[in-house]
Design a protein around this ligand. Structure first.
Ligand SMILES: Cc1cc2nc3c(=O)[nH]c(=O)nc-3n(C[C@H](O)[C@H](O)[C@H](O)COP(=O)(O)OP(=O)(O)OC[C@H]3O[C@@H](n4cnc5c(N)ncnc54)[C@H](O)[C@@H]3O)c2cc1C
Ligand code: SF4
Length: 492
């Protein structure tokens, strides 16, 4: 559809709407509005954002697809219960500020969530329009609409009001989405808040994991700037559990409460031969070097460069694997393979990311997995020996179990292998606090109503509680924890 056709369609729809003639059957017929994107060939050579965002015309047409369902099932699909129907209706009416105000009742980071939330498994999964087409990606594009109003936010510089100083000190450990929200909400209540971050930059996975081409770092930085304008202090290069323990912060440094939001950043490995060869990275290390430590800057001598790769295999099928493969391409690799032991249907990555990766030329090797990594006399990776797989009965996760086909070995020539098969919690903090209750997976046990841990005054949220999950879940838990901390301090 050309821009002028789109404009014409909008005028026609608005006219019908004004005359009360836009019935549900007409709304079903409105074409879903695709997200404008950079051309795949061009974007594979730059780090700019792939999706360039809806125009006003796209947004209004998309919003007019919403049936305004009485029971709004989309709201139940949203982990933080944003009043989706109401904000979508405001967009259809051109009331963008009101739309954003509705979103901000429940979400502090709409520009982030509009970009990275897995809507097709959440709000869009329950959307009546998507159900009618038996395809959540054809439901109302809730995330794209959220991003549209967030990007137009004219009030983005206004600093939230902070209550009178309470004299109580709160330590927030980790500056991921959960930590940011917990810091904002406890500071709003008037507490003296300090955010401790192990890295030299804030933002957690939103900065060191998710690449610029999916989530521009300036958006996250805006949120951090807002925290400092509200009076939150940020201390970098401070590893809680090493630099100071939580007990020291609480017993010796005058903090009255703490929030643990350190994520789940310890990478899993496969335990196969060759994983310590030069040229094997965990996805975490690879992405952190690329995103946070200027590894892309081959010319000016970044401290932690990545060797220039020509042939790369990424092992895994989640968002992290897609991000690693697409990053490798942008760092100049000639061939990037994605090796996954199930089929595309079982891939945990977002449908959109899989689609983008394919468009950009990532080659998918499905139903395959490395048996060992091969190297030369200099311990440099030269390839992987793979086995082919077939799907058997469903396992505990409900997905069909991959079963290796004996004797199916073959090799792929490579110089780099990136392992992206999941992360687990780092035991650094729990090891220094034996009285902190944790699960057998190392996640922290909390009371879900308040996010309080087994130790009074210590709260937790995000991936360190849920295991590797999502930005919106971390943000929602940060908010519940802040309410828990505010209540705990009010009674202290
Ligand atoms: C590559 C990648 C892509 C992803 N893509 C998506 C996506 O598209 N959509 C989505 O919803 N989710 C995605 N996720 C998951 C999502 O980013 C996480 O679920 C979310 O960021 C978890 O937030 P958190 O608040 O637990 O903190 P995290 O974002 O994990 O941040 C934790 C912070 O704590 C710091 N820290 C750790 N230990 C210490 C310590 N001892 N002392 C001080 N600071 C410490 C870390 O440096 C980090 O900054 C992705 C994850 C990865 C790795
Ligand atoms: S379920 Fe879909 S169609 Fe119904 S109100 Fe929500 S967004 Fe609109």
């Amino acid at each position: 559809m050309t821009d002028s056709e789109r404009q014409e369609l909008l005028q026609e729809l608005l006219q019908k709407q004004e005359n009360g003639e836009l019935k549900p059957k007409d709304r079903y017929e409105i074409p879903p509005q695709d997200m404008p994107e950079q051309d795949p060939v061009v974007r594979a050579g730059n780090v700019n954002e792939v999706a360039t965002g809806y125009t006003e015309t796209h947004a209004k047409i998309e919003a007019l697809r919403c049936l305004r369902c009485k029971n709004a099932p989309c709201v139940n699909g949203c982990p933080v219960r944003i009043r989706i129907r109401d904000f979508v209706v405001e967009i259809a009416e051109g009331q963008y500020e009101q739309a954003l105000a509705i979103i901000k009742e429940n979400s502090l980071l709409p520009a982030v969530c509009g970009r990275v939330c897995p809507q097709e498994n959440q709000c869009q999964l329950t959307c009546t329009v998507g159900k009618r087409f038996k395809d959540p990606t054809k439901g109302v594009s809730i995330g794209r609409l959220e991003r549209f109003v967030a990007d137009r936010d004219e009030d983005s510089e206004s600093v939230p009001a902070v209550a009178a100083e309470t004299g109580k000190k709160v330590a927030i450990v980790g500056s991921g989405p959960g930590g940011i929200v917990a810091a904002a909400d406890t500071r709003r209540a008037g507490h003296d808040v300090t955010l401790f971050e192990a890295f030299h930059k804030p933002g957690g996975v939103m900065v060191y994991g998710i690449p610029e081409f999916r989530l521009p770092k300036a958006i996250v930085q805006n949120e951090i700037d807002m925290l400092t304008k509200m009076g939150v202090k940020i201390v970098y290069n401070f590893i809680v559990g090493k630099t100071r323990t939580i007990q020291q912060l609480l017993k010796e440094d005058g903090f009255d409460a703490a929030y643990i939001g350190v994520g789940a950043g310890l990478p899993n490995f496969m335990g196969i031969e060759g994983e310590s060869l030069v040229g094997v990275y965990s996805a975490n290390e690879y992405l952190t070097r690329a995103n946070l430590m200027r590894a892309y800057d081959f010319g000016s001598g970044a401290d932690t460069p990545i060797a220039r790769s020509k042939r790369v295999a990424v092992i895994g099928g989640g968002n992290v694997a897609m991000d690693s493969a697409r990053t490798a391409l942008r760092l100049g690799a000639e061939k990037v393979y994605l090796v996954y032991r199930r089929t595309e249907k079982e891939m945990p990555a977002r449908v959109e990311e899989v689609h983008h990766a394919r468009q950009e030329g990532i080659e998918f090797h499905i139903l395959q997995s490395p048996k060992r990594i091969l190297g030369d006399q200099n311990s440099q990776v030269t390839g992987i020996e793979c086995l082919k797989y077939e799907l058997g009965e469903p396992d505990d996760s409900g997905r069909r179990r991959p079963v290796a086909i004996e004797g199916s070995e073959f090799t792929i020539d490579l110089d780099t292998v990136i392992i992206a098969i999941g992360n687990k919690p780092n035991p650094l903090i729990s090891k220094t606090m034996p009285e902190l209750e944790i699960t057998k997976w190392g996640t922290i046990v909390v009371n879900e109503e308040t996010m309080a841990t087994s130790i009074p005054g210590i709260f937790a949220g995000g991936d360190i509680v849920s295991g590797a999950a999502t930005v919106i879940l971390a943000m929602g838990q940060g908010r519940i924890a802040a309410a828990g901390i505010n209540e705990y301090l009010a009674n202290k």
